[in-house]
Every structure is written in structure tokens, then in C-alpha cells.
Design a protein around this ligand. Structure first.
Ligand SMILES: NC(=O)c1ccc[n+]([C@@H]2O[C@H](COP(=O)([O-])OP(=O)(O)OC[C@H]3O[C@@H](n4cnc5c(N)ncnc54)[C@H](O)[C@@H]3O)[C@@H](O)[C@H]2O)c1
Length: 444
């Protein structure tokens, strides 16, 4: 018998000290026994937070024990009809587990406004961080220090410096971090990258990465702040970002169009399409050596500041040219080689020659990391301590590529980049844009 207060987490720690295997055998606890489940705290339960939470709920060996959001609950997320936040999330969790426990023994899920209370719970194994990008680094580094494994939504970071700090925090603490770039768990994307990596399109010459044009329009001109709604902790929403007056279009969902909190569609979609580019190009642990604006457009005034049209080019040391562009298209990423092309997109997968679609990657060829379910892969890696499909360094390099694009588009000039030193050689103006100050008391 396990002592009643010995959680899966403390059992694993004790097991590690005794050099016992990491995974508690089902024979000891029963496959779905509460203490054999990975306990999750979901931080940020808005548009994507609830999607991710529902994804984890489907896994028998995970249990959501805490939800956290600074919004008690409101309409007005991606669509006006979405009612999201802390209370709706708790409702989803409680009715899911409550419905499965007709005996009435289910005790309910904790609900918090302050994520530090979730991190302080010793019975939480892992956290799912699905808050605006300006919070990712602070929360993830604190979670790593608290020894929690992390599923962190993409883009990994708000700045290059934040991403590097996250990589180091994860390495130091030995925790598992899976970034939310879920195309890493798509069979076709993996296959497309394997075709490129194995030379099926000859020598790779050019990559086109597309970002969606689905921008929203915020208040323009001299807009007027609005009152903070009841049940919304605005100070805690702003957190490390510069103080600014409240407007509903600053916060829920639309934060991604404001550069204080995110990188616009460059990072929103780029964290997918540019991540695929890095995967196929075999540059996951490095980056380009040159990046330049190619005609990006920004809002003239108003609340939103992120590019409305993304367009930049980059060049890698291996000679590959990359173009990132806003387009309403099937294509997420297109690889062009000396003998054909491969296109992975929102509506499917296309190749030239068409026969490449049925090509078989042989046992002696490059086989990329196989995962077919991003949530499942994270949970498996929490148990095995194996590197997940979208690990922190890879996600950091993909986010860096997005940030470099934004910096080049803002400065409107060609920049040289040193991917080893992670700096623009001899360019103080550009280097200053690699990091941002954080409002006290927040830091990484
Ligand atoms: N993987 C994907 O395909 C995908 C899709 C959409 C969004 N995302 C990512 O998910 C993240 C969130 O995006 P979203 O669309 O869900 O935004 P959202 O605004 O709909 O939700 C964010 C939630 O976080 C809450 N929040 C803000 N600060 C908080 C804090 N300090 N503590 C607790 N909660 C806090 C907000 O109140 C809100 O409910 C972003 O990084 C985004 O890029 C990923």
C-alpha cells in the first residue's frame, strides 16, 4: 500500500533516489489509479487553453487537478460567442470527471487566479501554459525551477533572450518541455521533411513559409480606454509587459496583434510554418545568417502594432533561401529543390513529381522523430524522460527565426545574424531588440 499522501511525483522522486525505474508499474498502483496519473495544472484557459485541456482530458493517465486564469469567465475571445475563462474551464473538468465518477468520490478541480499557487502545489506534476506570449518565459522558468514538466504553447517566447533563458532553465532543472508546435506530431509533415532531408527533391534551394492573413482590426486613431470588466485581474494579465490602459481589444485573443505581447502573425503562424521550414532544412539547432525585410506592412496608427502583411527573406549558411510571406493559401511550407518540390499545407500535401507521395523512406535513411499525437507524446515523455517531439531548444530556434523576421521588418534593412552567438554582429540597434525589460517583480 502507498501511504495516502505519497503522490506519483514524490513516489517517482523516492524511486529515483533508490535507482528504481521511473514509471510506477501498473501492477503496483493499477493503470489508472489516481497516484499513477500525471497531474496537470492548466494555466490560461482561453481560446487554445481549453482546446489543449480537452486534449489532455482524453488521456486516461492524465488528470487535470487545477485550472488557472485571470479571467473569471467572459464572452469575447476569438469569436464573440465563445464563453471562456477560469470558471467555464473548471466546469468542463468537473463535469468530465464527475460524470465518470457516479459514486460521487470525485473531489473537484482547483481553480486559481495566480499561477504561483498552482506551481506551489506539490501534487501537480506538470503545467500546461497557454497564456499570451509575453508571459511564457516568466511562467516557464518559474515552473522549471519548481520542478514541473511543461507543455508550453507556441511561439515559445516573446524575445530571443527569453527563449534562451527558457532553454537554460529547462536544461538546469532536467524537466521535460513540449512546445505547442503540433505539426511536429503530424505524419504528413514529418514525411514531407523526410523527403526533403533524404534528397528526394535533389538539393534544397528555396523554402517558402506562409503565414495566414487572418488579422483582426483593432481601434484606430486616438482610441479611448475602456473599464476593466469585473472578474478580470488586468494587472496580472499585463504582468511583465509595460503598463498600458485597458481596452478589451488589448486582451483576449487580440493580444497577438500587439507587439508588447506577441509578434503578430509572424510568430502566431510562423511558429508552425517556419518551424516546418527549420525541420526540413535540418537547421533546427541553428538559424539563418542573414535576414531582410521584403516589403512588410504595419498599421499606421491605433492599438494594434504587429505587421498586417508579413514579408521577409532569410539566407542560411547552407545556401538555402527562405521567404516568409502573408498569403491566404493552402501552403504552410513549400520546399523547392533541384529535382522537384514538396508542399505541406492546410488542405493537404502535394509533391512534384507526384510519385514522391508514395515514396518509402528506407531503414538506412534519415527517419525523423515519430509522434502522431502531441499531447500523448508529452505525457509519454513525462514518464520516460525522453526528449519530446517539440523540445525547448528546437522551439527556441523556430521562435528566434520569427523574431529575426520581425526585427528585420521593423528596421527595414538587411541584417547579418550569428546563430552560434545569437547576436547581430556589430549592430547595436538590432541587438537591443533581442531582449526587453520586464515590469517588476517579474523576471526570468
Ligand atoms: N498551437 C496552436 O495551434 C495554438 C492556437 C492558438 C493559440 N496558441 C497559443 O496559445 C497562447 C494563448 O492564445 P489564445 O488564443 O488561447 O489566447 P486567449 O486570449 O484566448 O487566452 C489566453 C488566456 O490566458 C489568460 N491569462 C492571461 N494572463 C494570465 C495569467 N497571468 N495567469 C493566468 N491566465 C492568464 C487570459 O485571461 C486568457 O483567458 C498563445 O501563446 C498562442 O500563440 C496556440
Amino acid at each position: 500500500m502507498m501511504p495516502p499522501r505519497l503522490t506519483r511525483r514524490s513516489f517517482l522522486a523516492a524511486g529515483a533516489a533508490l535507482a528504481a525505474p521511473y514509471v510506477v508499474p501498473a501492477s503496483v498502483l493499477g493503470a489508472a489509479a489516481p497516484s499513477n496519473r500525471i497531474t496537470l495544472g492548466c494555466i490560461g484557459t482561453g481560446n487554445q487553453g481549453v482546446n489543449d485541456m480537452r486534449g489532455f482530458l482524453q488521456n486516461e493517465d492524465a488528470q487535470v487537478v487545477a485550472v488557472c486564469d485571470v479571467n473569471t469567465g467572459s464572452y469575447g475571445y476569438k469569436t464573440a460567442e465563445q464563453f471562456l475563462g477560469r470558471d467555464p474551464a473548471r466546469g468542463i473538468v468537473d463535469s468530465f470527471y464527475g460524470g465518470r465518477s457516479p459514486s460521487g468520490r470525485y473531489r473537484g478541480c482547483g481553480a486559481y487566479t495566480d499561477f504561483r499557487e498552482v506551481l506551489a502545489r506539490p501534487d501537480v506534476d506538470a503545467v500546461v501554459i497557454v497564456v499570451p506570449d509575453h508571459w511564457h518565459a516568466v511562467m516557464a522558468t518559474m515552473a522549471a525551477r519548481a520542478g514541473k514538466d511543461i507543455y508550453c504553447e507556441k511561439p515559445l517566447s516573446l524575445t530571443v533572450a527569453d527563449g534562451r533563458a527558457m532553454v537554460e532553465a529547462v536544461r538546469r532543472s532536467g524537466i521535460i518541455l513540449q512546445a505547442g508546435s503540433h505539426e511536429r506530431s503530424h505524419r504528413q509533415t514529418r514525411f514531407a521533411c523526410e523527403l526533403v532531408r533524404n534528397g528526394r527533391i535533389g538539393r534544397l534551394k528555396r523554402i517558402q513559409a506562409v503565414v495566414g492573413p487572418w488579422n483582426k482590426t483593432g481601434p484606430t486613431g486616438a482610441w479611448t480606454p475602456t473599464a476593466v470588466p469585473e472578474g478580470f485581474d488586468y494587472e496580472m494579465w499585463l504582468g511583465p509587459a509595460p503598463w498600458a490602459p485597458y481596452h478589451k481589444d488589448r486582451c483576449l485573443y487580440n493580444f497577438r496583434f500587439i507587439l508588447d505581447y506577441s509578434g503578430g502573425q509572424t510568430t502566431n503562424y510562423g511558429a508552425h510554418s517556419l518551424d516546418i521550414a527549420q525541420w526540413g532544412n535540418d537547421t533546427e539547432h541553428t538559424g539563418p545568417v542573414e535576414v531582410e525585410d521584403a516589403g512588410a506592412e504595419f498599421p499606421r496608427d491605433g492599438l494594434f502594432t504587429a505587421p498586417t502583411v508579413v514579408h521577409f527573406k532569410a539566407r542560411y549558411a547552407n545556401g538555402v533561401e527562405l521567404e516568409c510571406i502573408t498569403r491566404d493559401d493552402n501552403v504552410a511550407c513549400r520546399f523547392e529543390g533541384t529535382q522537384g518540390w514538396v508542399e505541406i499545407g492546410y488542405k493537404g500535401f502535394f509533391t512534384d513529381p507526384p510519385s514522391l507521395k508514395t515514396s518509402v523512406i528506407g531503414a538506412g535513411e534519415i527517419q525523423l522523430y515519430e509522434s502522431n499525437d502531441h499531447y500523448r507524446n508529452f505525457l509519454d515523455c513525462v514518464k520516460s524522460r525522453r526528449e519530446p517531439a517539440a523540445p525547448v531548444e528546437v522551439a527556441h530556434r523556430s521562435a528566434t527565426l520569427c523574431h529575426l523576421g520581425n526585427i528585420a521588418m521593423i528596421l527595414k534593412r538587411k541584417l547579418r545574424w550569428d546563430p552560434d552567438r545569437e547576436e547581430f554582429p556589430g549592430d547595436d540597434e538590432a541587438n537591443r531588440m533581442l531582449a526587453r525589460g520586464k515590469r517588476a517583480p517579474w523576471h526570468v
